[in-house]
Design a protein around this ligand. Structure first.
Ligand code: PEP
Ligand code: MN
Length: 277
């Protein structure tokens, strides 16, 4: 345990090396990953990508395999979605992020995107974490580990060890809200996780306000708060036509709202001496 901690400390300081152009998180920058909850069609993703590129961002997200709470909800375009993500990422020069839901699809996802996301429902799926660590290490991919909605920070940090136990790979934590008794937001965004993680580890941490609050009008204020609290980046759901989205329409930012978010964040990052990428 101690040895692994020591190993992680070393690895984490390498992660923050500003020379590493390739990293998801770069010192002095706030990394904004924007894009739709789910990839719905080539045209939908292409239009989202155009806006993201125009805003000067580097990363685009899009779900191909969707882990839905209801088996009757849209489950994603799967391999077809991955193909669109790869093609459109290449077309616009954007790096790509998508969620891995199963040990069965780790390899194919790693062959098509830059960053493998582990969702809240899988934070404690240790076989999946280990496989993602192995494959990401081998193929030089990055990993985002979302916090389980009923997991403590300690459990979350231990889950990282499953990913990194046999490999060196950049792991970025993502706070996405936890379950509490409060019902006015979808989950409760635990922003204190940001400074707590900074205190306990050297791992980078980003915040996903979209899934936490579940309503688009609350995403901008909580994004501002996350950056002010010291988050290294944000994961934001954005869609060209949120009312027509096949999933999570109520929380996705429209293109105009995404532009407004970036405008407001530039003011904050200016004050704290960071840039947006
Ligand atoms: C997502 O980011 O698409 C997602 C499903 O998020 P979470 O795992 O946080 O619910
Ligand atoms: Mn979603």
């Amino acid at each position: 345990m101690e040895d692994k901690k020591e190993k992680n400390k070393k690895r984490d300081s390498d992660i923050n090396n500003p020379e590493s152009e390739d990293n998801l998180i770069k010192e002095g920058y706030v990394t904004i990953i924007a894009g739709p909850c789910a990839i719905e069609s080539y045209e939908q993703l292409d239009a989202c990508a155009r806006i993201i590129k125009e805003l000067g961002l580097t990363y685009m997200r899009g779900g191909a395999y969707k882990p839905r709470t209801s088996p009757y909800s849209f489950q994603g375009l799967k391999e077809e979605g991955l193909k669109y993500l790869r093609e459109i990422g290449e077309k616009y020069g954007l790096k790509t992020v998508t969620e891995v839901t199963d040990t069965e699809n780790v390899e194919i996802i790693a062959d098509n995107v830059d960053v493998l996301q582990i969702g809240t429902r899988n934070m404690s799926n240790f076989a999946l974490l280990e496989k993602i660590g192995r494959v990401a290490g081998k193929k030089n991919k990055k990993v985002i580990l979302k916090r389980g909605w009923a997991s403590s920070i300690k459990e979350w940090l231990l889950a990282v060890e499953y990913i990194t136990s046999n490999t060196d790979v950049e792991v970025v934590l993502c706070e996405r809200g936890i379950r509490t008794f409060e019902t006015s937001t979808r989950f409760t965004l635990d922003l204190s996780a940001v400074p707590v993680i900074k205190k306990l580890s050297k791992l980078p941490i980003i915040v996903d306000p979209s899934h936490a609050v579940g309503q688009s009008d609350l995403v901008i204020p909580m994004s501002r708060a996350a950056i002010a609290a010291g988050a290294d980046g944000l994961l934001i759901e954005s869609h060209i036509n949120p009312p027509r989205a096949l999933c999570d329409g109520q929380q996705q930012l429209s293109s105009d709202e995404l532009k407004e978010l970036i405008r407001q964040l530039k003011n904050i990052t200016g004050v704290i001496g960071k840039k947006i990428r």
